[in-house]
Design a protein around this ligand. Structure first.
Ligand code: XCC
Length: 639
């Protein structure tokens, strides 16, 4: 890629510098491979290629006689709907399986089989226990923890027909009624996913609307899995509070042993943080100045939120961290680890360590991570990294000098603490009053990934700048939070540069009352992708406080670079909850006008939330702002 092309494909200065380097050193990255894939198959892009049975693939051309249906007779709307919801099944499986591991660990802690873990946040345990109907009076903490863990595990496979506990204890009455009426309330996570795969098997459901409703049921399972994952992770490792750190490749330290945690599961990354602290002396004995842990993707977000571990890159630029020549070990757990990282590791001394039995990359070093021996396993990996440090090649060291300050750690509870400094009796009123007074217009939540189909990091940054100007309060999770972190939007730099007068006044008022040493950011980092449940808690609290339904709330969501199946799954439950959701990449559903219409229009009539597909970030910002402002205007008339 030429310099101009690189600058057209990323706005992250560190990524641009490393891509120049990759070009000169002839290392192939996702950027090159995306280019090599062009033009991408139009059948696949529009969702009209059916590979559900092996009579296929059937590619639908509606205008061509004989090719307007699949061999089995499936219409294009059936095919597009089936393909779409199978993404949701994949996403819900990933999120919920992550949640299941966390729940099993809580059970193991309660039963004494996981000696390296403990209950860190007892208050949260009590709050969650009460909420999900576990008796707390006069009982030991571990007894309560056991019942909470079992209750969570029951949400995966219970046999009665009551809706999942973590869904129905975290949403309002109006949504409960809506999900019941539309029959999309899952009764068990695993069942809804298995049923969806069944429903979309050859020769089962051909009705696109029914298929989509099956998809939404699985999407609400996705929510259920992430909601319990967030709760129990907080119980085990602590509920995040504001924390100061940094982001971008400049956080790598040439004088320290650099270890990246990459993936999603905090059971590993959190243990790596503890182990690294204990092995600091060994690192120094090896000649380094210490251990420098950095994060990539959502496990990075987890340890940023709780421990202030700096973020090195988000999904799009993960390979580039290795090219700095100072990353001694990359530890992977599950999800979003591009297999391409191994090829780059081979060009340097970086050891790639896999830890999960369901996530291996050929050639990587495997250390099986078990909850029973967690600390020992984490220490083993860190010792490998210390050995690796000696193999570093000084002539290959190249760290782009870019990093920005980050203020993160805004769990729902931390947000309420912050608001509670102004109004202790009703913290959430601080946010809703500011909306009613017109100081801020509403809220936009950013989530999701990087996608090579966009300019790396640009859509989220552009939309956030535009919304900031229009006084819209913003929160974020996932790799979008990574993009904001690297650009300085998670610090006061963002406020000074982009906030409109109302938003600035609001943030400054929070800041003056916060009692925090750090200034507050333009965008509030609420965590990893599973922590989108925290954002759902926020909108539910706002709606309850205002005495309205979620679909009436001036609240929108945006996934400017949605990429993974998980992103599709999240987007689907977000719209079911009543939130208009922008997606900056066209998902494969343009092949059916009917399915496209359900996602963008019919969904609005039924759920109040709907998708807004717009690839131009400036136009997307207009659309999102208009939706929020319209809802705020209606709300003021209503009140
Ligand atoms: Fe993966 Fe969660 Fe997407 Fe980033 S944002 S690319 S899913 S790491 Ni969730």
């Amino acid at each position: 890629m030429s310099t101009q092309e690189i600058n057209r494909r990323t706005v992250d200065p560190a990524a641009a510098e490393m891509l120049e380097y990759a070009e000169s050193a002839k290392m192939s990255t996702a950027w090159d491979r995306y280019k090599a894939q062009q033009p991408q198959c139009k059948f696949g892009l529009t969702g009209v290629c059916c590979r559900i049975c092996i009579q296929g693939p059937c590619r639908i051309i509606p205008t061509k006689a004989g090719m307007d249906k699949g061999i089995c007779g499936a219409d294009v709307y059936t095919i597009v709907a089936r393909n779409l919801v199978r993404y949701i099944a994949g996403g819900a499986s990933a999120h919920s399986d992550h949640g299941r591991e966390i729940a099993y660990t809580l059970l193991a802690v309660a039963e004494g089989h996981a000696p390296d873990y403990k209950i860190t946040d007892k208050d949260k345990l009590m709050r969650v226990a009460k909420r999900v109907g576990v008796e707390t009076e006069g009982r030991e903490v571990l007894e309560i923890a056991k019942d909470v863990a079992i209750k969570a595990l029951e949400d995966f496979g219970k046999y009665d027909h009551d809706p999942c506990t973590w869904l129905y204890t975290t949403i309002d009455e109006e949504r409960k009624a809506k999900f019941k009426q539309t029959t999309i309330a899952p009764t068990a996570i695993d069942r809804s996913i298995a049923q969806l795969l069944h429903q979309t098997h050859i020769g089962v459901d051909a009705d696109p609307v029914n298929i989509i409703f099956g998809g939404l049921r699985a999407a609400l399972s996705d929510y259920t899995g992430m909601s319990l994952a967030t709760d129990i992770t907080d119980i085990l490792f602590g509920t995040p509070v504001p924390v100061l750190t940094e982001a971008n490749l400049g956080v790598l330290d040439p004088e320290k042993i650099n270890i990246a945690v990459h993936g999603h599961n905090p059971l590993l990354s959190q243990m790596v943080v503890y182990a690294a602290r204990e092995l600091e002396a060994e690192a120094k004995a090896a000649g380094a100045k210490g251990i420098n842990l950095v994060g990539i993707c959502c496990t990075g977000n987890e340890v940023l939120m709780r421990e202030g571990v700096p973020t090195a890159t988000n999904f799009g630029s993960q390979e580039l961290a290795i090219m700095t020549g100072v990353l001694d070990t990359m530890i992977m757990d599950v999800q979003c680890i591009a297999p391409g990282v191994k090829d780059i590791c081979d060009c340097f001394h970086t050891l790639l360590v896999s830890t999960s039995n369901i996530a291996k990359i050929p050639g990587s070093y495997h250390v099986e991570f078990k909850e029973a021996t967690a600390m020992e396993d984490a220490k083993k990996i860190i010792k490998l990294a210390i050995e690796q440090y000696a193999k570093r090649k000084p002539e290959l060291v190249k760290i782009p000098p870019y990093k920005k300050q980050v203020v993160g750690g805004f769990s729902f509870e931390a947000m309420m603490d912050l608001f509670g400094k102004i109004n202790p009796d009703s913290p959430i009123s601080v946010l809703t009053d500011a909306i009613m007074a017109g100081e801020i217009k509403g809220v936009c939540a950013f989530a999701g990934c990087n996608n090579q189909k966009t300019v790396h990091d640009d859509p989220g940054l552009t939309i956030a700048r535009e919304l900031a100007k229009r006084d819209i309060f913003m929160v974020s999770t996932g790799c979008m939070a990574g993009a904001f972190a690297k650009a300085g939007y998670l610090s006061s730099e963002g406020v000074e540069a982009y906030a409109g007068p109302g938003l600035k006044k609001f943030i400054k008022r929070l800041e003056e009352n916060s009692g925090l040493k750090a200034s507050l950011p333009l965008v509030f980092h609420m965590g990893s992708c599973v922590d989108n449940s925290r954002i759902a808690n926020l909108w539910t609290a706002m709606a309850q406080n205002l005495g309205i339904t979620v679909p009436q709330l001036p609240f929108a969501a945006s996934a400017p670079e949605a990429m993974s199946e998980k992103a599709i799954s999240i987007g689907s439950w977000v719209i079911s909850m009543g939130i208009p959701t922008h997606v900056g990449v066209l998902p494969p559903l343009e092949g059916s006008e009917l399915v496209y219409g359900v996602a963008t229009q019919i969904a609005k009539d039924v759920f109040g939330g709907y998708f807004m597909f717009e690839t131009d970030p400036m136009k997307a910002a207009e659309i999102i702002a208009e939706k929020i402002e319209k809802r705020a205007w209606k709300l003021k008339i209503l009140k």
